[in-house]
Design a protein around this ligand. Structure first.
Ligand code: NI
Length: 211
């Protein structure tokens, strides 16, 4: 479980900027700090469409203090779970308290996509993924899909069974491989590592730090 942010200082604001950049690059509409390896209670959201001006929100130590009985259903995806989408039921409206980028206490009553996105991202801070909200039947499909992905995407010559090993090997070989070849392999390793992470998460082996 991610730790609360003790003080909103320049380091935290820098982390917020890094998170926004990672999210825009992905591209995605929300990102939790743990997804870039920082186990703190912090997330960013921007629901602006491609042709609209950016509308970044930073939520530090967010807490859901009220949820509606009314439910809404959205098709959700997650940067930690490549190429998988599923409909998830969640409360339609939530009230969230948090600190903003300046450390000021705020409260937001969110509905629609913002409510869904906030709940999805706050789940990340508690080691919960959207696939934890779907039916057993659909979850079994996820397991099959990611088992296949974990096998298929492995660059066999470079990557062992341990997900971290491939990355170190790639780093060591860095100066000998062409940059684009390296990037392609890195991407395949990342993809496979996420697939392995999803499987570990579902097996409750590593419930929290899925990146
Ligand atoms: Ni996510």
């Amino acid at each position: 479980v991610c730790k609360p942010v003790a003080a909103v200082d320049d380091d935290i604001r820098r982390l917020a900027d890094d998170m926004l950049e990672t999210m825009y690059d992905a591209p995605g509409i929300g990102l939790a700090a743990i997804q870039i390896g920082e186990p703190v209670r912090m997330l960013v959201i921007d629901l602006a469409k491609e042709d609209e001006a950016k509308a970044p929100h930073v939520f530090i130590n967010p807490q859901i203090v009220a949820s509606s009985d009314d439910i809404s259903i959205y098709e959700e995806g997650c940067l930690s779970i490549p190429d998988y989408y599923a409909e998830v039921e969640r409360p339609e409206t939530v009230t969230v308290t948090y600190l903003d980028r300046d450390g000021k206490a705020q409260e937001m009553v969110a509905d629609g996509l913002m409510a869904t996105c906030l709940q999805h991202e706050i789940d990340h801070l508690n080691g919960v993924l959207f696939i934890d909200h779907i039916s057993k039947l659909k979850r079994d499909m996820v397991v099959r899909k990611f088992k296949k992905l974990a096998r298929e995407k492995a660059p066999q010559r470079l990557v062992g069974d341990e997900p971290g090993v491939g990355v170190e090997l790639l780093d060591a070989l860095g100066d000998r491989l062409e940059a684009h070849r390296l990037a392609e392999l890195q991407q395949r390793v990342d993809h496979r590592r996420r697939a392995v992470g999803v499987l570990q998460h579902l097996a409750h082996e590593r419930p929290v730090d899925l990146q």
